[in-house]
Design a binder for this molecule. Structure first.
Ligand code: SAM
Length: 339
């Protein structure tokens, strides 16, 4: 296949991710009342192996915790914040935040993905009472760009190709009649990238990050604010097990562009450090599972399904990491809480 076939495989990874999430919900690993409205009918009954369910659980618990901390910090600062999800796919986080205790701290939530994916999601939202109800009044929800984009008061679903130069790729964050731009340069903003950067070249993902850094830096004319980042990704693909994982992806038609820029855990925080983030840290899913999941939860999880490939589980979890960072502009009046 040519490059377009390759993109089909990349988009297909979202159907996979949503199916894995639904499987973890159905087996009681995690709670998510919204995901079933975003999974194609044919995939509603496709349980994943325990190893995948546990991986989904650990990743989801960790990212939920980081996002909750972010929202709580905004509350403490008495400000509202924005969240931008790159390659959001069928993620349900917006709906979970909007129906949770921190909804008031959210000013706007942006989801970016390929037009094919956003069109499908916009349709699923329109079709589901449960998803639509959370967006607010029907009159305040608009489809645009022939159904590829959807705008609600606090939710924006935007068609993009993140591999394009950032000013082009991110144009939908500024387009339309809205002035000021829909992405405010003066509100604390959290970037989420779950399993997405791996599908583009390191040059593209770095250019994206750099663009956000500039937009929210105090040097920018537009304004300045705190920028947070959470990246979930595979890494260390050069070792023997990493090579097996790469091979697996290849067999599903996904080949990764460019060399793995982060060969080990120590190098992961460089994603943020190279742009002078104030803090930047990384943990593997294996570390998170053993050191950060409360023991009551570990016990509960261990009773859900029988898992006998514990060594394989640890090998897999060791090749996924969550990296997060915060960049506080130098001329900010915000308190030290952000650090
Ligand atoms: N973030 C979601 C999650 O964690 O459930 C979806 C992850 S899925 C593995 C990867 C997503 O990234 C897909 O929805 C895919 O379409 C999107 N994606 C990959 N490359 C992209 C690009 N160049 N532009 C826009 N979206 C992209």
């Amino acid at each position: 296949g040519g490059p377009r076939d390759a993109d089909v495989s990349i988009r297909q990874t979202d159907v996979d991710a949503a199916g894995a999430r639904l499987s973890a919900v159905q087996r009681n690993y995690i709670r998510d009342p919204f995901i079933r409205f975003l999974v194609p009918r044919a995939h509603l009954q496709s349980p994943r192996p325990p190893l995948i369910n546990i991986g989904t659980y650990v990743r989801s618990a960790a990212i939920d915790e980081l996002v909750t901390q972010w929202l709580t910090l905004s509350e403490k600062e008495g400000t509202k914040c924005q969240i931008v999800s790159l390659g959001a796919g069928s993620d349900t986080r917006f709906w979970r935040i909007e129906t949770g205790p921190h909804r008031e701290s959210l000013s706007a939530y942006f989801e970016l993905d390929f037009p094919e994916v956003t069109t499908k999601k916009a349709m699923a939202i329109r079709k589901s009472k449960e998803l639509s109800a959370v967006l607010g009044d029907r009159d305040a929800v608009h489809l645009e760009h022939g159904g590829m984009a959807l705008h609600a008061p606090r939710y924006h679903l935007l068609p993009v190709d993140l591999r394009l130069p950032p000013t082009q790729a991110l144009a939908p964050l500024f387009s339309g009649s809205s002035s000021p731009p829909i992405l405010s340069p003066t509100l604390p903003t959290l970037l989420l990238s779950e399993c997405v950067f791996v599908y583009m070249s390191p040059t593209s993902s770095q250019a994206l990050l750099r663009w956000f850094v500039d937009y929210f830096s105090s040097r920018s004319e537009a304004g300045a604010s705190v920028l947070g980042g959470v990246v979930y990704e595979m890494f260390g693909l050069g070792d023997p097990f990493g090579k097996v994982m790469l091979q697996n992806l290849k067999s599903r038609g996904v080949s990764l562009p460019g060399a793995d820029p982060y060969p080990n855990k120590e190098s992961l925080p460089n994603r943020f450090r190279q742009y002078s983030f104030t803090t930047s840290q990384a943990l593997t899913l294996r570390e998170i599972r053993t050191a950060f999941i409360p023991s009551t939860e570990q016990e509960r999880i261990s009773r859900l399904e029988l898992l006998d490939e514990i060594e394989e589980l640890e090998l897999v979890l060791e090749h996924y990491a969550i990296t997060w960072g915060l960049k506080v502009p130098t001329e900010t009046s915000l308190s030290a809480d952000w650090n």
